[in-house]
Design a protein. Sequence first.
Length: 56
Amino acid sequence: MGFGSYDESEQQDQNVDTDEDKGVNVHENDHDGSVSFDSDADSDELIDQLQSMKDD
């Protein structure tokens, strides 16, 4: 079967044995908190800087 082709027969009756104990826990390293930053630049300066980055 070529890349990008679709055959519904391949989507039926898929039985996969998995060991969920060996899976990756995506919430293992969750962190509760906040992020903040201080900037002396005003909105116009930040927009100008963004535009210059887009131009590059």
